[in-house]
Design a protein around this ligand. Structure first.
Ligand code: ARG
Length: 469
């Protein structure tokens, strides 16, 4: 990036002396807001077209501006554009280049516009595009999870509460819990998109414009659903950035929880899964190590999102209306949140099909921890005992089993009957893992049959979400 001082700052008129180089560097945003260049050009093209429609510039001027903007876009795409820090930001860099290419007409583009409504427009265009891309990426991730869930619909494993063995579940059911979290994330993004999709352009610096513009033309060209209703709010509002980052933070928190499970499951103590070599790394010292670095990094990266969320909320807090330079600080947290979430989602999508599920180990892990105790209590209730009494009786059986180092299914009928005469032969049917998962076959239950239908329902919901877009 060039730092060669250029004297032609658009606001130079009022100034007698040049900006200190340090101040120039400190106040510039072009090093990062270059990301907005395609949206800035898109917005400028729509603005120029609207100015022509409203006879504020003539047809030839509009043509020249559009052609100039197109060649700038090419220069940027080819890496030939000479960004200059003394031109502060993406907007002034592009405008300055436009004047260099097409001459005096270029100076008319900024009619009826301020950088304040311009940057808000660029940022909304960027956010809208990213929301759409993220929805596609997240939907793809859900498809990968569902595919694995279908494969593992019948794999029985322990379900945990407090990370202690609780009740048997199927791996498919566990995986679909992840899918539900991400489905909600998609819904949140779609909701957030509605409030992003409002056009601020036309608000000017804060009070609107003296020109007879038609904002609806610009909105239509840029596919904004509405035009903003209050110019002062429109130039200063960054709620949509907060909402977007907040939604992505929640997505990363979900990823972090999923990754935590992958990490635990791949440890020697659990040994439920094996993550394929391409997605792990080794240790420089311990030759035997194969570490789950990818899930660990995603878990760690969730911290960046939380940091970005705190940053953007702090930036907005205490800002008086309307635009303040504080707002320039909105971009880096947003860009980082978007890039981090996209990368994490993509790498998770690639990793999930590369997980080997060790079904026998899952099953073996259900053998300890009296995993069917609730089912015994439920059985007693079906035989007429109240749930509280059944809970206590079953608790006594468990205590006896611990004392005698026995499994529940090793008890004789007599031993069961010593605790309660309600017990009969049918208790041994209850002491079946298969039966325990099969019987929970209501909507939302862990039964394999239910997992299979839940997979179908999720695919349908995804399709519907896609259609609504
Ligand atoms: N670079 C600025 C930003 O990111 C653009 C808007 C500048 N407006 C102004 N009045 N200084 O927010």
């Amino acid at each position: 990036m060039s730092t060669e001082p250029k004297k032609n700052k658009p606001w130079k008129g009022r100034f007698q002396s040049n900006t200190e180089p340090m101040v120039e560097e400190f106040t510039a945003s072009v090093t990062f807001d270059r990301t907005l260049a395609p949206y800035d050009i898109l917005g400028s093209k729509a603005h120029a077209t609207m100015l022509k429609e409203c006879k504020i510039i003539n047809g030839q001027e509009c043509k020249d501006i559009l052609a100039g903007l197109e060649s700038i876009e090419e220069e940027i795409n080819n890496g030939q554009f000479a960004w200059n820090i003394s031109l502060e930001d993406v907007h002034m860099n592009i405008e300055n280049r436009l004047v260099e290419i097409i001459g005096e007409t270029g100076k008319k583009l900024h009619t009826a516009r301020s950088r304040n409504d311009q940057v808000a427009t660029d940022l909304r265009l960027y956010a809208r595009t990213q929301v759409d891309e993220l929805i596609t990426i997240l939907a793809n991730l859900i498809h990968k999870i569902v595919a694995l869930a279908e494969k593992e619909a019948f794999s029985i494993m322990p379900g945990f509460t407090h990370l202690q063995v609780a009740q048997p579940v199927t791996m498919g059911h566990h995986l679909l819990a992840w899918a539900e979290m991400i489905l909600r994330d998609i819904e949140r993004l779609r909701d957030c998109r509605k409030r992003i999709n409002v056009l601020p352009l036309g608000s000017g610096a804060l009070a609107g414009t003296t020109f007879k513009i038609d904002r609806k033309i610009t909105a239509k060209l840029l596919e904004f659903e509405h035009v903003s209703e209050n110019s002062m709010d429109a130039v200063s509002d960054r709620d949509f950035v907060i909402e977007f980052i907040s939604s992505l933070t929640l997505t990363m928190i979900h990823f972090s929880r999923m990754c935590e499970e992958l990490i635990i499951w791949s440890s020697q103590q659990f040994n439920f899964i094996e993550i394929s070599d391409e997605y792990c790394t080794g240790s420089s010292m311990m030759p035997q190590k194969k570490n789950p670095d990818v899930p660990e990094l995603i878990r760690g990266k969730s911290g960046r999102l939380l940091g970005s969320l705190v940053a953007i909320m702090t930036i907005m807090k205490s800002q008086p209306l309307c635009y303040n330079k504080d707002n320039q600080e909105d971009k880096e947290p947003l860009f980082d949140a978007v890039v981090t979430t996209k990368q994490s989602a993509q790498i998770l999508s690639n990793l999930i099909p590369r997980i080997e599920i060790k079904r026998q180990n899952l099953l073996d892990a259900t053998k300890d921890g009296f995993i069917l105790a609730t089912d015994i209590a439920d059985h007693l209730v079906r035989k007429g005992t109240s749930f509280r009494d059944a809970h206590e009786l079953t608790g006594r059986i468990v205590r006896k089993a611990i004392k005698e180092s026995k499994k529940l299914e090793e008890f004789t009928l007599k031993e069961f009957q010593d605790i309660s005469t309600v017990f009969d032969e049918s208790i041994y049917q209850v002491l079946s893992l298969q039966q325990a998962v099969n019987i929970r076959n209501h909507i939302g239950g862990t039964a394999p049959s239910e997992v299979i239908s839940a997979c179908t329902r999720i695919k349908k919901r995804l399709k519907k979400l896609n259609e609504k877009k």
